[in-house]
Design a protein around this ligand. Structure first.
Ligand SMILES: [Zn+2]
Length: 434
């Protein structure tokens, strides 16, 4: 690209609906049902930043873009932000899943393999192998309209392997068009070799922090009776804080353990899962501005259709909710945020707007990027998804297909007409390195 092209004024025009999803704070309560739609809207941007948003006629009268993408009546939205994935791992657990279909619970499966199976595969894999697999997953995410993705370590569970995963994430971040946010999750579960010495493993996680911190932005821990206690998570997060890491937590997934309350106490950016979040947890998280990340794909994939998750209480209680895939080989194997929106509306009865805001602006806040990402407004990142339907409702109502037409990441077209452009060119070039 020449320098002149790089600084050209560009625009996406003639949106059927331009969903801005904009707000200056995480959306809660009634605001969560407001998408800030401009019918026939346009987005004007230069380099990676949005310059203006408004009706197409007004935008073309005020600006003279040198490059125009005609959305031709299609739905235009911010690219999805996926704030919770376990992107870097090896192996598949599709066979285990068939056992689950036959009626075993996650707790049973955890005893016979679960995370530990993936840990074995991931420890054995080389960095290039892990990089190539994650690259293919990122390509799929991009093709499905996701422009920012969080990626956790946590299938290494020893110093060498955890650092290996964080180095792979760093390489992906430097090469793939998707913006990658790296999280250290050494406290994902207790590895086999520490099964009689949990305190020893917590100590090891703390010791890993100094070398993990330069490679990651966040530290996360699984606060659960199958994972780590409130006290252990507090200890780990306090250590992470000392090393300048921002904080996240997996909480109240398989039962209540007080993780919601801990999330508020530690003022983490987000607390994720929330299946058994208490009223006190909702209140305290709301008070401390913690984003609650819901993972409906897990509910669906584990077939917990009768589980009563207090979604309405969370929204009525003013909690800012976000949505994520939790992409991982065990409990939710999908790279598609479109699938997550569809599932959230059907299982959690979110309305269309709530689901879309939760997957864009609020998801950006869950990654401490709400001021720069997740909505279409002047000054924000030009991350734009164009869909093959005219209205946002169709995106969710017509389920099980990929609606993406085009994706613009940081002002650059990376998916056009459903095809990856040079999206992975740099990434492939980087594949030989390291
Ligand atoms: Zn997770």
């Amino acid at each position: 690209m020449t320098e002149r092209q790089e600084h050209q004024l560009k625009a996406v025009v003639n949106a059927g609906e331009l969903v801005t999803a904009h707000a200056d704070a995480p959306k809660t309560g009634e605001a969560l049902s407001d998408l800030g739609i401009i019918k026939g809207g346009a987005v004007v941007y230069r380099d990676d930043t949005i310059v203006a948003v408004g009706p197409t006629k007004e935008m073309l009268a005020a600006y003279k873009p040198e490059q125009i993408v005609d959305a031709d009546g299609r739905l235009v939205m911010p690219g999805f932000v996926d704030p919770h994935t376990h992107l870097v791992h090896m192996g598949s657990r599709h066979e285990e899943y068939e056992c689950k279909i036959a009626g075993k619970s996650y707790a049973d499966l955890h005893k016979v393999g679960g995370i530990r199976y993936t840990v074995g595969m991931t420890r054995a894999a080389g960095e290039d192998e892990l990089y190539e697999k994650a690259l293919r997953d990122l390509d799929i995410m991009l093709l499905y309209g996701t422009t920012t993705v969080e990626a956790k370590s946590g299938y290494g569970l020893n110093k060498d392997s955890e650092l290996k995963l964080l180095r792979v994430a760093k390489r992906l971040k430097e090469t793939h068009p998707i913006e990658l946010v790296s999280t250290f999750l050494g406290a994902h579960t207790v590895p086999e070799e520490f099964k009689d010495d949990k305190a020893g493993y917590v100590k090891l996680v703390r010791e890993m922090m100094a070398e993990a911190a330069p490679l990651a932005e966040f530290c996360d821990a699984w606060c659960d009776s199958l994972g780590f206690s409130v006290e252990e998570c507090r200890e780990i997060l306090n250590e992470a804080k000392k090393h300048g890491l921002k904080l996240k937590l997996h909480v109240e997934q398989t039962g209540w353990s007080g993780g919601g309350e801990l999330a508020a106490e530690m003022q983490v950016a987000s607390a994720d899962h929330l299946d058994f979040l208490s009223r006190a947890g909702i209140e305290q998280m709301h008070k401390k501005g913690v984003i609650g990340v819901l993972l409906p794909g897990v509910t669906y994939h584990l077939m917990e259709f009768k589980k009563e998750i207090a979604i309405k209480d969370m929204i009525d209680g003013g909690l800012a909710i976000a949505l994520a895939t939790d992409y991982n080989p065990g409990t939710c194997r999908t790279q598609s945020m479109q699938a997550i929106l569809e599932t959230a509306c059907r299982l959690y009865r979110l309305n269309y707007a709530q689901a879309i805001n939760a997957a864009t602006i609020n998801a950006a806040y869950a990654l401490d990027r709400g001021r720069s990402h997740g909505s279409l407004a002047p000054g924000k990142r030009a991350d734009i998804a164009i869909f093959n339907c005219a209205e946002h409702g169709i995106l969710i109502n017509n389920f099980g297909i990929n609606h993406v037409h085009s994706v613009i990441k940081s002002g650059r077209m990376v998916v056009e007409n459903g095809q990856l452009l040079q999206a992975s060119e740099r990434a492939r070039a980087g594949a030989g390195k390291g």
